[in-house]
Design a protein. Structure first.
Length: 127
């Protein structure tokens, strides 16, 4: 049987791994805008798309387009685009209040629940 570049259902071991983009720590201040359907900040020629900010919509008073905010976090460059970066925020400051944006599950790994028992076979006689 030919291999076709796969070993036991997965890619070959010598495949080139994809390198994650390098992150830079940033502190951004400005008015929120909407860019590409996401909350964003513009700084110079670069538009920073702010991921995860929409989870606070409706819970933080004044969080809307045009609001003056300061965001601390890590910016990642997008492939093939020098003018757009994605920011993973760790702190949001708005109207004199600060909000912790760190993931509540950071450092934990969700684990599947153990199987309580194997599936029982149902035969026509049991029906």
């Amino acid at each position: 049987m030919p291999n076709h570049g796969y070993r036991r259902g997965g890619p070959q071991m010598n495949a080139i791994p994809r390198r994650p983009p390098a992150a830079e720590a940033v502190t951004l201040s400005g008015n929120l805008i909407v860019a590409r359907g996401m909350p964003a900040l513009k700084s110079g020629d670069v538009t920073y798309l702010v991921s995860g900010l929409n989870r606070l919509t409706g819970f933080v008073d004044g969080l809307k387009e045009g609001a003056q905010v300061t965001i601390e976090g890590y910016a990642f460059s997008r492939q093939k685009e020098d003018t757009v970066k994605v920011v993973k925020p760790s702190k949001l400051s708005l109207n004199g209040k600060s909000y912790d944006m760190a993931s509540p599950f950071r450092g934990t790994t969700p684990r599947p629940e153990p199987r309580m028992r194997e599936r029982q076979r149902v035969t026509p006689k049991q029906l």
